[in-house]
Design a protein around this ligand. Structure first.
Ligand SMILES: [Zn+2]
Length: 211
């Protein structure tokens, strides 16, 4: 089941400001930070904090409860590339500051960004996206998380781990006994060795060598 079951439904106040912004011929993605959108941003942030139970959709670690900077609003399809989706409820969620830093403006749809007239309807199917989409995809079907180690199960999982640098913890610190000996990881190892598909020891070794 996707981490987000229901996307935000804007109230009248939000709909009015969205209409006003969209009718402004000078409106760009930079205006997302405008003062008159502060109330809307706050509603979006709080809605998805609740919907996601304070979990980042990419790394599945905790996000901040109160401070706005601890739960940045994520435009899954970057707002700088597809302005048409800047207020699209299914394009929004909250993530942790680290995932926000890493994912940045990376392309997430299979269709390349094109100049001129752009796609105006938000894709409604998972297959349109390279990234694990929190409104459409079951995270566990694509990525296995064992403590701080992320293992791809599908190409989507692989892309998401790469674009958000989910194994950053090991890239930063290298492998250490505290985590290698973790019971959860050992259990994951057993599971994957028994299926004969993934060598987590090799994965940790590789991560340690790239630091
Ligand atoms: Zn994260």
């Amino acid at each position: 089941m996707p981490i987000i079951n229901e996307s935000i439904v804007y109230d009248e106040e939000c709909l009015a400001i969205i209409a006003a912004k969209k009718s402004d011929p000078h409106f760009t993605h930079v205006n997302w930070g405008d003062d008159d959108l502060q109330d809307l941003r706050s509603k979006v942030r709080n809605y998805y904090r609740n919907a996601q139970r304070l979990t980042c959709v990419y790394c599945q670690e905790r996000i901040g409860v109160r401070a706005a900077h601890a739960a940045p609003i994520e435009h899954i399809v970057p707002k700088s590339q597809y302005l048409a989706f800047i207020f699209e409820p299914k394009n929004l969620c909250v993530i942790c500051p680290d995932c926000n830093e890493y994912k940045g403006k990376n392309e997430v749809m299979y269709e390349p960004v094109i100049k001129g007239p752009r796609r105006v309807r938000y894709p409604t199917v998972s297959s349109a996206f390279q990234i694990v989409h929190p409104h459409y995809d079951d995270y566990a079907a694509h990525i296995m998380k064992a403590n701080r180690v992320y293992i791809d199960r599908t190409p989507k999982g692989h892309y998401t781990i790469g674009v958000c640098k989910l194994n950053r913890f090991f890239h930063y610190f290298g492998a250490c006994d505290e985590f290698i000996n973790d019971a959860e990881l050992a259990e994951a190892n057993d599971l994957f060795f028994s299926t004969g598909t993934v060598d987590t020891h090799a994965l940790i070794h590789d991560a340690a060598e790239t630091q």
